[in-house]
Structure formats: structure tokens, C-alpha cells
Design a protein around this ligand. Structure first.
Ligand code: PBG
Length: 329
């Protein structure tokens, strides 16, 4: 007797494995998050994100040229603003000459074909570190969405190709789509964070932008009243269908690795591109383990990004993008 099926024939050597491999990673899969700060010649390493930096505009220019040369054609911008510019309403977020608005122009000037996406949420601008306006111990939904819509419009005016609301307020995608249409930014797209979970994996990001919720009476200590409960699966579908109805061109699941079941559920349900954000805590975990020699950095990194794509991601927002692409070439 012999085994009816010898599956090992298709694994016998690298040539046959390459021939039948179902999921292949390429530079086109990636969206590169970038952190921007004021100043000149500033390249600050984020302590909890080894080898990842906050960049001033001059070095941002250099960075995007380098990314472009590596074949990375899309960036997602975040800014760290000075404490003195923060308030409850995110006033600075809609400053036409604010750091984000200048960052968008900087990227477009340096690299006109680079796709520029921008984070739309109030937390980097909020004295309370929340994604919306805080009133009586709550994040008030509709008023917050109005500011977010203004913020999205100001990014479009500055030249953003896509705006990416990451706040999880109800109805904000529709508010943003409406204002963009009214103001004749028909071609500005929306990548909505649709299934964004209240996750402890965002810690290093909040260090990077100094955007963690503050510890004050009458201010919620966490984001659980707007970001999703990680015990929930069906809610992710509900959120996604609503965002698509409201005008999202791309939907997103966040974080990545712990949520790949959600990615597959959504991929099976909808016909728009699905993005996955492999977040700061996921980056930090691997960097820390690799620094100690406990994991093989490059091997685990490739396994992770391939798994995210295999689960159904059409787009991977990842701090590993540059590392991956360098490894591929
Ligand atoms: C802000 C925002 C966060 C991230 C992206 N946009 C943090 C948060 O919601 O607290 C996290 C990204 C990461 O951890 O890499 N709305």
C-alpha cells in the first residue's frame, strides 16, 4: 500500500513551493505609516518602537523619496502636535497651515505620485487624548463627527488623496463624504477604520504621538465607549456594512494579528478592498523578542505579513513595510 495522496510532492523543494504558493507579498501590498513633528533635522526614535522615528518635514521629504525608490507608493500620515496647540475641540486639526496640512504638501511636492492618506481623529489634538470632543464625561458623537468632517476637508484641500477616519464615531463617514462632495472633492477617497477594536496594542503609538487618554476626573480613561469590544465578531460586519453604505471606498480592520478571523469574515462579506493595520504593539512585540534573540526577526515578520494577506487583506498598513521590501529585494 502507498498513501493515496502524497502532498509532500508539492513541498519537495523551493522551486515547487514557489510555483504553488498561494500568497505572495509585494511592495504593492503596503501602506507606510509615518509620524511627523515640527522642527528641522529631527529624527526621534520612538522608545517603544525601535528603529521607527518621528520626522520633521525636511526629513519626511527625504524619507518619502527613499520609500518611493523602494517601490513603496502609499503613506499614511500622523502628526505629533505641541501641547500648547491642544484643546478639547481639536481647533488645530483644521488649521489650513497646521503640521498635517504642511506634511501633505511636503510629500506631494517631494513625490507627486505618492498616494497620501491622512489620519482623521482628534486624539493628537485633544487635551484629553480622545478621538472626539469630551463633554460631561462622554465623547459626544455628532459634534465630534462635524469637526472630523472639517478636518477631512482641510486634508483634501491640502492635497490628500484619501482621508482615513480612525475615531469610530457613528455617522462620521457619511458626514465626511457629504462635505467632500459639497466642496467638490469628489475624487478624494475615504479609507474608514470600520472594525477598530479597543485594544491594548496601541500603547507604543500613543507614546509616539503623546496621545493617550489623560487621567482626570470626568474624562473616560479608555476608548471603550467608541472603539469596539474585542469579544465581538458580528458587530464588525455591522460596522463595515454601514461604513460602505455611508461612502467608504476602503474598509479597515485594526489591529491585525489577533483579528484575522474578523478580516476573513469581512473579506467574505464585502466587495470593497479590505485594509489591515498591523499596529504599533505588534511591531514592538516582535522587535523586543528579536532584540533578545528569542525570535528570528525577518522570518517572523514575513510569516506575519503573509498571514495577514492570506486572511484577506488587500492592503497592509505596517511599520515593517520598509524592512519587508528591503528583504524582498
Ligand atoms: C488614533 C489612532 C490610533 C492608532 C491609529 N490611529 C490610536 C488609538 O486609537 O488610540 C493606533 C495605531 C497603532 O497602534 O499603530 N485615532
Amino acid at each position: 500500500m502507498y498513501p493515496l495522496k502524497r502532498n509532500r510532492r508539492l513541498r519537495a523543494n523551493e522551486a515547487i513551493r514557489a510555483l504553488v504558493r498561494e500568497t505572495i507579498i509585494s511592495p504593492n501590498d503596503f501602506l507606510v505609516p509615518l509620524f511627523v513633528v515640527e522642527g528641522k533635522g529631527v529624527k526621534d526614535e520612538i522608545p517603544s518602537m525601535p528603529n521607527y522615528f518621528r520626522l520633521s518635514l525636511d526629513l519626511l521629504e527625504k524619507e518619502v523619496k527613499e520609500l518611493w525608490a523602494l517601490g513603496l507608493k502609499s503613506v499614511l500620515l500622523f502628526v505629533k502636535v505641541d501641547d500648547t496647540l491642544k484643546d478639547n475641540k481639536g481647533t488645530e486639526a483644521i488649521n489650513p497651515n497646521g503640521l498635517m496640512q504642511r506634511a501633505i504638501k511636503t510629500v506631494k511636492n517631494a513625490c507627486p505620485d505618492m498616494l497620501v492618506m491622512t489620519d482623521v481623529a482628534l486624539d493628537p489634538y485633544s487635551i484629553y487624548g480622545h478621538d472626539g470632543i469630551v463633554e460631561n464625561g462622554m465623547i459626544i458623537n455628532d459634534e465630534s463627527s462635524e469637526v472630523l468632517a472639517q478636518m477631512a476637508l482641510s486634508h483634501a484641500v491640502a492635497g490628500a488623496d484619501f482621508v482615513a477616519p480612525s475615531d469610530m464615531n457613528d455617522g462620521r463617514t457619511l458626514q465626511i463624504r457629504t462635505i467632500l462632495e459639497q466642496e467638490n472633492f469628489k475624487n478624494t477617497g475615504i479609507m474608514a477604520y470600520t472594525a477598530k477594536y479597543a485594544s491594548a496594542f496601541y500603547g507604543p503609538f500613543r507614546d509616539a504621538l503623546d496621545s493617550a487618554p489623560v487621567d482626570l476626573v470626568d474624562v473616560p480613561k479608555d476608548k471603550k465607549t467608541y472603539q469596539m469590544d474585542y469579544g465581538n465578531r458580528l458587530e464588525a460586519i455591522r460596522e463595515t456594512l454601514i461604513d460602505i453604505e455611508e461612502g467608504a471606498d476602503i474598509v479597515m480592520v485594526k489591529p491585525g494579528l489577533c483579528y484575522l478571523d474578523i478580516v476573513r469574515d469581512i473579506k467574505n462579506e464585502v466587495d470593497v478592498p479590505v485594509a489591515v493595520y498591523q499596529v504599533s504593539g505588534e511591531y514592538a512585540m516582535l522587535k523586543a523578542a528579536a532584540e533578545r534573540g528569542w525570535l528570528d526577526h525577518d522570518a517572523v515578520m514575513m510569516e506575519q505579513v503573509t498571514s495577514i494577506k492570506r486572511a484577506g487583506a488587500d492592503i497592509i498598513a505596517s511599520y515593517f513595510a520598509k524592512d519587508v521590501v528591503k528583504l524582498l529585494s
